[in-house]
Design a protein around this ligand. Structure first.
Ligand SMILES: [Cu+2]
Length: 172
């Protein structure tokens, strides 16, 4: 697509005619540039992360000040990526991990090529501060931002305090 755009600039005819020698060099540069774009584009496509977010849910909070969300990010691509932030349609979300009895904020979390990043109870979780009332059946829209890949948005269902994890044992 970008190569097509580059080539289209050669069809401009509004400029006054130039000497053949003056045209030849810019054309050569354009052709070389287009070839470089094609080459680097193909190379990049072969080595990108391919991310999917699965199993996202929000546990109904015991109090309205704080909720936790969980999810899994799979990477079937051939490059690592990094989760840099998650934003929530309600409240303020931050990445947390559990270190013994304490919660620690994570600024980023790695998603290895061919691997996955799990945010699951007892370990990593998405903390949502001041989410407001969240009842089972509602959904919270979560947008995941990555260092390299385009953002991914999912609607995470709110599940009851006592409910089992959705999709548990499904083996996604
Ligand atoms: Cu936390």
């Amino acid at each position: 697509m970008s190569a097509t755009r580059t080539i289209r600039t050669t069809t401009r005819t509004t400029r006054p005619p130039l000497k053949a020698g003056a045209v030849a060099i810019p054309l050569a540069v354009l052709v070389a540039g287009a070839a470089l774009l094609l080459w680097s584009g193909g190379d990049a496509a072969a080595r990108t992360a391919k991310l999917t977010v699965t199993g996202a849910y929000v546990r109904e909070p015991a109090n309205p000040d704080e909720a936790a969300a969980y999810f899994s990010i799979g990477n079937t691509g051939r490059a690592d990526d990094t989760l840099t932030a998650v934003t929530s349609s309600t409240g303020r979300a931050s990445l947390h991990t559990t270190n013994g009895p304490k919660m620690v904020t994570l600024s980023t979390a790695p998603i290895p090529a061919g691997g996955r990043l799990d945010f699951s109870p007892g370990a990593n979780h998405l903390m949502i501060d001041d989410p407001g009332p969240l009842k089972p059946g509602a959904t919270v829209r979560l947008t995941f931002d990555f260092a390299k890949s385009a953002p991914i948005t999912v609607d995470a269902p709110v599940i009851a305090i006592s409910a089992t994890v959705p999709g548990a044992g499904a083996g996604d």
